[in-house]
Design a protein around this ligand. Structure first.
Ligand SMILES: *Cc1c(COP(=O)(O)O)cnc(C)c1O
Length: 410
């Protein structure tokens, strides 16, 4: 089955009882069984089945299976938000005293989450470039995870995913990647040595911004068999390549209960059918808007990896043959001008989101990154005069006209 077909039919053949083509929404907290023996068997994992929706739900499971097949993973776990997915994936692996190396160009919420892990005595080192020299210098025997986004939001630095994958393989360190900004349409990170892929499904996967959610895709890494991860020993014995998922479902996932709701899973299953069509339109529109902005005298600097002027152009061409998504940033000379520009827009919404069918803009320095220091902001590619635009799939002429008339007023 090819990608577009999988978006619609992946791991789902219709409801056998009713013939319904859409996955039914199972709005039931618990599931009854004929005998106490039957319930016992499901509870202790001897038999497959449903007992309680915090543990498993058929609608949520259908969504998990759809994403797992799209990413070519062995399994996936849907969560209540993208942040929950990141937290659960990390805490399924980390113990006090462990170290993490993370790209500094990542999403502000993730940056804060990782910084706060110090409260559990987990040390996260933020680095500007995940290159060979940096990794060889920073990886120690305590390093358990290297983390990055495929393309940083909002820094828009493009990860050399294959290279980092090789180094993590040599050093036996887990490689976890947040692919929210690229979606499975633009890249499948598991093909490049990544062990775990995370998405905020709130963005492209859902597509129309009607459900917050996240997903963790398990690549079935063999690294969990090694001495470095002794707490996975029992799980690799019993669940083989599903060790990571089994430990998460039986441990912190069940304990925290930060699951995706059946309704949100249904909305995501509906949204994802059009992922390829939307991503194609996002990429086409964004390149046109980026080229327009680059030629505008009032715009100081446009950052979009698919522009020839980008320092990431060559690496973007290597990994992203279909485009680099909907996010671009540009600078307008001062915070006042940036605010003025946003205030004058008529079509483009001013809000903290990306990957929506609608075009949306924000001034990150005063919002998403307001709590970060000036140095941290610059590490994240955020400046006082910078705005982040996520280009929607409206007619591109309307988007450009909105930008044009607002620029005329600043
Ligand atoms: C939005 C976002 C998140 C957080 O996801 P939520 O669903 O908002 O919790 C994580 N990573 C990236 C790259 C994001 O854009």
């Amino acid at each position: 089955m090819r990608f577009q077909t999988k978006l619609i039919h992946g791991n789902w053949k219709g409801d056998t009882k009713t013939g319904a083509t859409n996955v039914p929404i199972y709005y039931s907290n618990a599931y009854s069984h004929q005998t106490a023996e039957e319930l016992e068997d499901i509870f202790i994992g001897k038999e497959a089945g449903y007992v309680y929706t915090r543990i498993a739900n058929p609608t949520v499971e259908a969504f998990e299976r759809r994403i797992a097949t799209l990413e070519r993973g062995v399994a996936a776990i849907a969560t209540s938000s993208g942040m929950a997915a990141i937290y659960l994936a990390f805490m399924n692996v980390l113990l006090p005293g462990d170290e993490v190396i993370a790209s500094s160009g990542i999403f502000g919420g993730t940056y804060d989450l990782l910084k706060n892990l110090i409260e559990y005595n987990i040390h996260v080192k933020f680095v500007d470039d995940l290159d060979e020299d940096t990794l060889n210098r920073e990886i120690t025997p305590k390093t358990k995870i290297v983390f990055s986004e495929t393309i940083g939001n909002p820094k828009l630095d493009v990860l050399d995913i294959e290279k980092v994958g090789q180094i993590c393989q040599e050093k036996n360190v887990l490689f976890i990647v947040d692919s929210t900004v690229t979606s499975p349409y633009l890249i499948k990170p598991l093909e490049y040595g990544v062990d775990i892929v995370i998405h905020s499904t709130s963005k492209y996967i859902n597509g129309t911004s009607n459900a917050i959610g996240g997903i963790i895709v398990d690549g079935g890494s063999k690294k969990f068999y090694s001495e470095k991860f002794p707490e996975f020993k029992e799980y690799t014995k019993r669940f083989k390549r599903f060790a990571f998922t089994a430990k998460l479902r039986n441990g912190i996932g069940k304990d925290l209960g930060a699951i995706m709701s059946p309704m949100n899973s249904f909305l995501n299953l509906t949204g994802i059918e059009t992922l390829a069509l939307r991503m194609k339109a996002h990429c086409e529109n964004t390149l046109k808007v980026a080229e327009y902005l680059e030629n505008h005298p009032k715009v100081a600097f446009v950052n979009y990896p698919n522009l020839k002027s980008s320092k990431y152009y060559n690496i973007a061409k290597k990994y992203y043959k279909k485009g680099t998504g909907s996010i671009l940033t540009f600078r307008l000379g001062s915070k006042e001008k940036a605010f003025h520009f946003i205030n004058n827009l008529k079509l483009i919404y001013n809000l903290p989101n990306i990957g929506d069918t609608k075009s949306v803009i924000i001034h990150p320095a005063s919002t998403i990154c307001a709590k970060n220091t000036k140095e941290e902001k610059e590490q994240m590619g955020v400046y006082e005069d910078l705005v982040r635009l996520s280009v929607g799939i409206e007619d591109v002429e309307d988007i450009i006209e909105d930008i044009e008339s607002s620029l005329a007023n600043i």
